[in-house]
Design a protein around this ligand. Structure first.
Ligand code: URP
Ligand code: ZN
Ligand code: ZN
Length: 472
């Protein structure tokens, strides 16, 4: 099966070019400049399918390197399965996810990874890889970190938050970082001072402050900035590469930026929720409504202008990646577990379907360039996590994961509009967006076209990842 995408504007971090894109089977085989007839004068006549992309952008499929399908959290599970979550991702122009396999305390790392393979195998609509959460650092799990590299799991998430659940203390973090420093893997850090947060949470509850907004007020920016600093110092002691996930506080990114200027292998990620949603407008919604926006790190104060600073750090590359941290929970029976006690609200927001559109708004509003949109949402995550060469670019030899994006289109986000995630609400209700994901192709198979879905579960394949391509 050959597909020829004609008349489109191909966008990459390096620039914007007019070119036709020829796909043969699962791969991109050529980019053809206007007037170039070296592959034949009338390629369109011989292609099995021709897609006219006049006036539209042709971009690499989105790579969302931070999702949590079916994550166990707070006595429940994230509501998207690999089937529903990857289908929703495809609708929104994301063609690769990297999800987090979980090792719980007391469990073998290999068993945690095997359980994630079991959940995902045969169920995914798009290609997927895994990071590994190490929930219990000990001799066995440290040994497993070496073994997992050969299985294509080359990044490990540790938590400075959630004592008693996923938390690692500084000694455990140091030991895991020593292993990463030796084997070249990436340490991903949830950087919040969980011990201090737990004291603030207990005090808030004792004072009768039980509403969702206290989730944010008991996780002040200092807890993120302090943990970020500590994680960086531990990384420097060991030489381990460090990638800090879901950054929301401008002060924390400032700490990261200063350390990056020292030339260390340090990276930061943020998510759409921190660029658009806030403590005042969302987490403090009346009654229990704010539970929809309980996530960690928390939404920050609009008045303190974190959002503008995060956009600026995205421009300066001190934030290098935008993922979703997709971790959906229904309002009924899941978020509601925290009625009367905000600390029992499962943490997470569902966004996997909307990241490409939401971040394209940054282009529309002049906050980032078109090239940077592609870089932040596709190319850099692919490079960061050892997928580049297959994912992250529209170039010969790469997987034919291609999105045709219409800048003149509109996307209305909402539960009864564009919504394919397995949730009973949308955290993005009412966001009406310039731009539209028109066509989505995954390894040469058209998944979305003309607002119709053509994908199938089981099409998505496991991606054995290499080491990060950013490390020096
Ligand atoms: O609120 C969040 N972020 N939920 C998912 C788990 C995590 O810490 O990434
Ligand atoms: Zn986290
Ligand atoms: Zn997460």
């Amino acid at each position: 099966m050959t597909i020829l995408i004609t008349n489109g504007t191909v966008v990459s971090p390096e620039g914007i070019v007019e070119a036709d894109v020829l796909i043969d089977g699962e791969r991109i085989v050529a980019l053809i400049a206007p007037g170039d007839t070296s592959l034949g004068a009338n390629l369109a006549a011989s292609a099995d399918r021709v897609i006219d992309a006049a006036g539209k952008y042709v971009i690499p499929g989105g790579v969302d390197c931070h999702t949590h399908m079916e994550l166990p959290f707070g006595g429940t599970f994230a509501s998207d399965t690999f089937e529903t979550g990857t289908r929703a991702a495809a609708w929104g122009g994301t063609t690769t996810i990297i999800d987090f396999a979980v090792q719980k305390y007391g469990e073998r790392v290999q068993d945690g990874l095997a359980a994630w393979h079991e959940k995902a195998r045969g169920n995914c609509h798009i290609d997927y890889g895994f990071h590994q959460i190490i929930g219990g650092v000990d001799d066995d799990s440290l040994k497993a970190m070496d073994e997992l590299i050969d299985e294509g799991v080359t990044s490990f998430k540790l938590f400075m938050a959630y004592p008693g659940v996923f938390y690692s203390d500084d000694g455990q973090i140091l030991r895991a970082m020593q292993v990463a420093s030796n084997n070249g893997s990436m340490i991903m850090m949830h950087a919040e001072n969980g011990i201090a947060i737990d004291v603030l949470v207990a005090q808030a509850l004792a004072a009768g402050n039980t509403d969702p907004r206290f989730h944010g007020l008991t996780r002040p920016w200092e807890t993120e900035a302090e943990a970020t600093h500590r994680a960086i110092m531990l990384a420097r002691m060991t030489g381990a590469p460090l990638y800090i996930v879901h950054m929301s506080a401008k002060q924390a990114v400032n700490v990261l930026q200063e350390a990056r200027d020292g030339g260390w292998n340090l990276f930061g990620e943020t998510c759409p929720q921190y660029l658009y949603l806030s403590l005042e407008e969302h987490l403090s919604a009346p009654g229990f409504e704010g539970a929809k926006w309980v996530c960690s790190t928390p939404l920050r104060s609009k008045a303190e202008q974190h959002q503008d600073e995060l956009w600026r750090y995205l421009r300066t590359n001190d934030l290098s990646v935008i993922s979703t941290d997709h971790c959906p929970f229904c309002f009924k029976e899941q978020k509601e577990l925290g009625v009367g006690n905000f600390s029992k609200i499962p943490n997470g927001i569902g966004t996997v379907e909307h990241r490409m559109d939401l971040i394209y708004q940054g282009v529309v509003e002049g906050k980032i360039t078109l090239e940077r949109w592609v870089e932040l949402c596709s190319t850099t995550p692919a490079r960061m996590f050892g997928l580049y060469g297959r994912k992250g670019a529209v170039a010969p030899g790469f997987d034919a994961d291609v999105v045709i994006y219409d800048p003149a289109g509109r996307t209305e986000i909402g539960l009864h509009k564009t919504h394919h995630m397995n949730m009973d609400h949308s955290a993005w209700e009412g966001f009406n967006i310039d731009g539209h994901v028109d066509t989505v192709i995954s390894r040469g198979q058209v998944l979305v076209d003309n607002n119709q879905y053509h994908g199938t579960k089981g099409h998505g394949q496991y991606l054995k990842r290499g080491l990060s391509q950013y490390l020096i």
